[in-house]
Ligand binder design. Structure first.
Ligand SMILES: Nc1ncnc2c1ncn2[C@@H]1O[C@H](COP(=O)(O)OP(=O)(O)OP(=O)(O)O)[C@@H](O)[C@H]1O
Length: 214
């Protein structure tokens, strides 16, 4: 799905050769400051690399219209934005400028179930806890139904049990819907349980990739 060749960005990240497969779960692990977020941002051109090439579906990403690319490759940042309004408003905001049909309240309720949030759609989103906001934002990007989900520590504000439940639901959703999931995680335990492949980054260098046998 993605192929990176001799990619470098400032003195922050250098990747000689990396393939990220389609419709698989790929986890990116590494120490704080090693360049994990930078790698995700390169994949949907939120950050532009200085040299080398990145291909998405065999097409140079520099040749793809960035708006079009970001419609297919959606990133959930580490600290996602929550806007004033209800949970429903916040779930729908990612779809506002898309041509996709708006989900019904029933479908939005199902999304809340997927992200294990026991709240009503008309509740004030700004009053939610950090971990609840994170799950609303996760629901928002899933509703956009992109080909590729780039998730930067999607469960960092959750307790261990909720984290496991959410990641499991997310992985099942991705497999059932043939999505490509690329996720930064601090948890090597979660990575080895759920990932098909694990990318290890150290001090701005792609260290190695492990295929996880299940
Ligand atoms: N635009 C930028 N300009 C200068 N330095 C940057 C920029 N973006 C990131 N950095 C630096 O690059 C390094 C890698 O940052 P990055 O956010 O990719 O790390 P990370 O592995 O995601 O870290 P964490 O696990 O703490 O989120 C850090 O030292 C950071 O300060």
């Amino acid at each position: 799905m993605f192929l990176l060749k001799e990619v470098s960005y400032k003195d922050i990240l250098t990747i000689k050769n990396l393939h990220i497969p389609k419709q698989k779960i790929t986890c990116i692990v590494g120490e704080s400051g090693s360049g994990k977020t930078t790698l995700l941002r390169l994949l949907n051109r939120l950050t532009s690399y200085d040299s080398g090439e990145i291909f998405y579906q065999n097409q140079l990403i520099k040749d793809i219209d960035p708006v079009e690319l970001r419609r297919n490759v959606v990133m959930l940042p580490q600290t996602p934005a929550i806007f004033s309004g209800t949970i429903k408003d916040n779930l729908l905001i990612g779809l506002k400028f898309s041509e996709k049909t708006m989900p019904t309240d029933q479908q939005l309720g199902d999304m809340l179930k997927l992200v294990h949030l026991k709240k009503d759609l008309d509740q004030d989103a700004e009053k939610l806890s950090g971990g609840e906001k994170q799950r609303v934002a996760l629901g928002r990007v899933i509703l956009m139904q992109p080909e590729v989900l780039l998730l930067d520590e999607p469960s960092s504000a959750l307790d261990e049990e909720t984290e496991h439940t959410i990641i499991e639901a997310l992985v099942n959703y991705s497999k059932e819907n043939k999505k490509t999931l690329i996720m930064v995680t601090h948890s090597t335990k979660l990575a080895s349980e759920f990932a098909d492949e694990i990318i290890k980054i150290k001090e701005g260098q792609f260290l190695r990739k492990e295929e996880v046998s299940k």
